[in-house]
Structure formats: C-alpha cells, structure tokens
Design a protein around this ligand. Structure first.
Ligand SMILES: NC(=O)c1ccc[n+]([C@@H]2O[C@H](COP(=O)([O-])OP(=O)(O)OC[C@H]3O[C@@H](n4cnc5c(N)ncnc54)[C@H](OP(=O)(O)O)[C@@H]3O)[C@@H](O)[C@H]2O)c1
Length: 345
C-alpha cells in the first residue's frame, strides 16, 4: 500500500512510499482506509525535526505523518463494541500516536468518531485535528453553545484551519466576533460566519479591537519571548474585567527540540507559569491550548458540521496525489480555511 512519509529531517520532503499493510488491529484499536485528509502546520514542523525527541526518539524513518482524516472502518480490535466495518469516521491523531497519511492504518478507538451521511468527505477530511484544537481553545476561553451569546471574541488567524472552524462554531453559538486575517480573505470569512473583519497589517485597526476574549492562532512562535502579540498588548492596556487570552502558538516544540524532552518541558512550564501569573495581576486569564485526542469532542464536531446550517471551513480541495507537492510548498495553494485532499479525486 502507499503511505506519505518523510525519510529524513534534512530535506523534510513528504514522499510516496510502499509499505506492507498493517497487521490486524490490536485490542482497543480500529483499522481504517483513508478517504481524505489535510495538512496541519505541526506536520510541516515535524518534517523539519521539530519535537523529534518526543515524536521520534529512536530516530526511525520513514516516519508517516498526518493528523486528521475521514476514513472507512475496515476492522475492529477486541474491546471495540460501538463501531463496525463499513462505517465512515472522523479521525484526529496526535503525533505521539501515529499518522493518517496511509492507505490503511491502525489507531486507538479514542482517535475516531462515527459520522452521519450528511457530513461529506470534503468537510470531514480536514475537520478532526484543527476542529478539536478550535473546540478546546474556545473551551479555554469559557465559550460553549450555552455560554457564548453576546461575548466579544477576537480570533487572530481566523482564515486558517483552526481559525475558520473556531469562527463557524463561535458564530453559531452567538458570539460577537472580530476576525483578524489578510484583506484578501475577508470576503470568504464573511461567507462562513457573521463577523467584523480586520487586516493584521493595519495597526490602527488592530489597536482598536475591544474584544474581551482573544484567541490567538497566528502570532509567530519565534517572537514568543518578546511577547509581541499586539492583541495581548491591547488587552493588557485596557485592564477591563473578565478578560481571557488563549493561544495555540506556544514555544513547547522549539524548547523540546533544543533542550530535549525534560529540559524543554521544564522551560515551557516556567515560561507558562511566569506569563500566566504576570497576566493574572492585569486581570487576564491566560492559557496555552494543546491538541488532545477526545472522541466525545470529535463526535460533537461531526454532529455540528453534519447540520446543513453549518458553513464549510474548506477553502479548496485536491487529489491525494497532490499532497506531497502542497506539503512542501504551503504558499502554493494559498486558499483560506482548510485545503483537503481526497482519495477519490
Ligand atoms: N498547540 C496545538 O496543539 C496546536 C494545534 C493546532 C494548531 N496549532 C498552531 O496554531 C496555529 C494555527 O494553525 P492552523 O492550522 O490554523 O494554521 P494555518 O491554517 O496555516 O493558518 C494560519 C493563519 O495565520 C494567518 N496569519 C499569518 N500571519 C499572521 C499574522 N501576522 N497575524 C495574523 N494572522 C496571520 C494566515 O492568515 P492569512 O492567510 O489571512 O494571511 C493563516 O490563515 C499554527 O501556528 C499551528 O502550528 C497548535
């Protein structure tokens, strides 16, 4: 069977390779046939060696990448009682668990959720990893279906994969949203959600944002030590009540890469606690958001996006054959939202 994998960190190139089919699923696992998937930035970092001490401690290649997908159940291991062969499922897998870029792969049951016929492969293909991260980030900000109405939320990086899914969810829940993205993506954002739009290249407009809740999906990690996010600076300057800031961009992987697992985790923990304490004095509840595998959240996402009222966060689709070229040149297909790659195309 074909897999998409990297053979070294020097080139970081995703290549098509032949591998034997995986063995039958073990206890608690499911065996899946991939129907579609997407690219998540963490895989492009892993391909360059980021997080290698954690994700590939024995330096084994080829390393199969892939965080998400829509797939068909081929077989179930012992102890899996609620899935059956032929079912379509949504998949989201952490880099520690494995990769989805394979024609056939085994994952633990916790990485999948069954999906309704009304959720097309095109939407499901890129929903799992970015969607769980979006849901977990909104939760860190205290946002859920029953708690969001009228809350003033700003999403920085709203035109990306995580941002577009967070935008659709928070808009459905009634939040008052300001979406920050390139001007070229503003019209698309307003087709998927009810929101005000701001260009991050316009400092005056960014400075005027008055949301109490900030979801940062974009401020670059390399500037992390300088705390350069203008939205956090604006939040600090206002010092209003009930302010909260959550970011998916953290220095954990760069720290682990340069200091090893223990050193990296200690340095990250120290940075996080210092930052959290300092901002607490300013009245800001500060969070780092880390993707977590969660079958209940996955099932929730599958249900929301199966409903006809939910806008699709997919900006473009292509064939699975095009995955390696898009992977190595992320700017090439600069569509907003999720770009998905389908086996049938
Ligand atoms: N911690 C975790 O577990 C976790 C999980 C998932 C993702 N992440 C991280 O979260 C971030 C977002 O992920 P993603 O999948 O949504 O990435 P993505 O699809 O590549 O989207 C990133 C978006 O950032 C925007 N952007 C770039 N520079 C910006 C700037 N200076 N100011 C504001 N926006 C800017 C781009 O918008 P335009 O195209 O409009 O310019 C782009 O749409 C990535 O850094 C990713 O590594 C972390």
């Amino acid at each position: 069977m074909n897999v998409f994998a990297i053979n070294d960190y020097a080139s970081g190139a995703l290549q098509v390779m032949k591998q034997p089919l995986p063995p039958p699923p073990e206890t608690g696992q499911v065996q899946l046939a991939l129907r579609g998937t997407s690219i998540n930035p963490i895989d492009q970092l892993i391909a360059k060696g980021y997080g290698a001490p954690l994700f590939n401690g024995r330096n084994r290649f080829p390393q199969v990448l892939g965080r998400d997908g829509v797939a068909e159940v081929l077989a179930i291991g012992r102890g899996v009682t609620d899935l059956k062969p032929g079912q379509r499922v949504l998949v989201a897998v952490s880099p520690k668990t494995g990769g989805t870029y394979a024609e056939v792969f085994n994952v633990p049951r916790r990485c999948v959720a069954p999906i309704a016929d009304s959720l097309p492969d095109q939407v499901a293909a890129g929903l799992g990893y970015a969607g769980l991260t979006a849901l977990q980030a909104l939760d860190a900000l205290g946002l859920s279906p029953g708690t969001s109405f009228g809350k003033r939320l700003c999403i920085n990086g709203a035109s990306g994969g995580v941002g577009s899914i967070a935008l659709v969810l928070a808009s459905r829940w009634g939040a008052d949203i300001t979406a920050v993205a390139s001007r070229k993506n503003h019209a698309w954002l307003q087709t998927i959600a009810d929101c005000q739009v701001i260009d991050y290249r316009d400092p005056e407009a960014v400075g005027s944002i008055s949301s109490d809740l900030i979801l940062n999906l974009a401020s670059p990690a390399e500037e992390f030590d300088r705390c350069s996010d203008p939205l956090l600076a604006a939040l600090r300057a206002r010092s209003a009540k009930d302010q909260c800031y959550a970011t998916t961009v953290t220095p954990i992987l760069p720290y682990i890469t340069s200091k090893g697992i223990v050193g990296g985790l200690v340095a990250s923990g120290k940075t996080y606690l210092q930052r959290r304490l300092r901002l607490k004095f300013k009245g800001i509840d500060y969070h780092w958001v880390m993707f977590r595998e969660n079958p209940e959240h996955l099932a929730f996402l599958a249900d929301v996006f199966a409903e006809s009222q939910s806008a699709s966060p997919v900006g473009a689709r292509s064939s699975l054959r095009d995955l390696p070229s898009s992977f190595s040149d992320p700017g090439r297909d600069s569509a907003p939202g999720k770009m998905v790659f389908l086996a049938e195309d």
